[in-house]
Design a protein around this ligand. Structure first.
Ligand code: HEC
Ligand code: HEC
Length: 381
């Protein structure tokens, strides 16, 4: 992980993130500029994800909706940003553009700065320097009040996850899940890219972390109680990641393959390579969790992903075959891929389950099974 100070003293890298102007004041009351800035603030950025500045920062006050970042109205007059690590508003905004909005940083002479600054400066009440702290979740996360948690969820998390966690274009559904309490607490406290030069101690994910200043520990416990209310402690065979729909069932009368070793790499199960899709490629597009890689159809029953990346986070995440937008109706080709270490450029091979042919495969998805969410996928062609 890059230490911020290293980056700051390292000029060639620094220009990328730190390219900012010296904060010249733009005419603060030009209403056209302010209106232009407001739409920049409230719309996602072209080339980025579905977040806007407004998803995470209110302009002046939160109006009953608590956002994950502090309000920004008037923040152009703060003297430092991001806990004293950055001196210019533009640098702080660029770090959010890159890290949270997955967009390119804006160049110092980008005209959008004038408008964005004008809009932010038109607010007030958030002019003073702020501190925030990335807190570790408490060791014991039990004892919260689920109904208080639901109210709080709908006044904060709903901005992305939707009322009662039903999901929006900004984030997956989380309400009705049987998530493990300590997992939820860790995701809420330390979500964000671990490679960040600005934030220390993040553990992966697209969702922003909730600092101690934006969410207290008692509030965190209430949220955990709400989101884990369907959680059942695994009792029998907790370590078994076996997919119950595992098709390599030796008792299956329709299974002509050798059940003793269906994945022996030296014997590609006598699989022919006659299907017209053999040799086709699919580039995996990331939606969540840093998914990447290239899938290739090797023969009539084998798909290989090279350069596979995935941050390893989730509950139960498997490779699914199916068709774009319809992986819900697809089928699993792997075990659960969730693990402590991220996947960084690995090669993985998958065998089509019995009863499936390449006719059933338009593409592959890194599929979050309990949520029914596509973390990243690609279509063969
Ligand atoms: C996904 C959430 C997210 C998005 C989107 C986002 N930010 Fe941030 N931003 C944060 C978090 C978290 C911080 C940490 C400090 C805090 O709590 O405000 C932060 C901090 C900042 C700071 C530094 C505040 C300070 O004084 O330390 C500025 C300035 C800022 N953001 C501007 C922007 C602008 C402008 C945009 C849109 C171009 C934007 N942010 C989009 C999450 C986000
Ligand atoms: C700025 C948008 C945003 C906000 C606000 C937000 N989340 Fe998220 N959250 C996401 C996204 C996007 C994901 C999926 C990608 C990821 O894991 O980072 C996610 C994932 C999660 C997960 C993990 C689900 C899983 O199956 O792995 C949990 C738990 C969660 N959020 C809880 C919360 C809670 C609780 C709050 C409010 C305190 C909250 N989120 C607020 C965007 C958001």
């Amino acid at each position: 992980m890059l230490d911020w100070k290293t980056v700051k003293s390292c000029a060639p890298l620094a220009v990328v993130l730190l390219a900012g102007c010296d904060g010249e004041e733009s005419a603060p009351s030009d209403p056209v500029l302010v209106a232009e800035g407001q739409s920049l603030y409230e719309e996602p950025v072209p080339g980025g994800n579905t977040f806007s500045c407004n998803t995470c920062h209110a302009q002046d006050d939160d109006e009953g909706l608590r956002r994950v970042g502090h309000p920004l109205g008037g923040a152009t007059s703060r003297s430092t940003f991001k806990n004293g690590q950055l001196d210019a508003f533009e640098d702080a905004a660029n770090s959010c553009l890159v890290e949270w909005m997955k967009a390119d940083p804006w160049a110092p002479d980008d005209e959008r700065w004038n408008a964005l600054r004008a809009y932010v400066a038109s607010g007030s009440g958030a002019e003073d320097d702020i501190d925030f702290q990335i807190a570790q979740p408490p060791g014991d996360v039990s004892g919260g009040d689920a109904s208080a948690g639901r109210t709080l969820f709908n006044a904060s998390c709903a901005q992305c996850h939707g009322v009662d966690g039903l999901g929006t274009e900004r984030a997956i559904p989380v309400g009705a899940l049987d998530l493990e309490p300590s997992y939820i607490a860790r995701r809420v406290r330390t979500s964000g890219t671990p490679a960040s030069p600005i934030y220390d101690g993040l553990t992966g994910g697209v969702m922003p972390f909730w600092s101690a200043q934006r969410l207290s520990d008692p509030e965190l416990l209430d949220l955990v109680a709400y989101l884990s209310s369907n959680y059942v402690e695994p009792s029998d065979d907790p370590g078994d990641p076996q997919d119950p729909t595992d098709p390599q069932d030796p008792t299956d009368p329709e299974d002509p393959a050798d059940p003793t070793d269906p994945e022996d790499p030296t014997d590609p199960t006598g699989c022919a390579a006659t299907h017209p899709k053999v040799g086709q490629l699919a580039q995996l597009q990331n939606f969540f969790h840093d998914v990447g890689g290239t899938a290739e159809i090797i023969d009539d029953c084998t798909i290989e992903i090279t350069g596979f990346s995935f941050d390893g986070e989730g509950i139960d995440v498997q490779i699914y075959g199916g068709f774009e937008g319809m992986y819900e109706d697809g089928f699993s080709m792997s075990e659960n891929l969730v693990r402590d270490e991220p996947y960084l450029g690995e090669t993985l091979r998958f065998t089509l389950p019995q009863g499936r042919t390449l006719d059933d495969v338009g593409g592959v998805s890194v599929w979050c099974v309990p949520v029914g969410a596509d973390f990243g996928s690609g279509t063969f062609g």
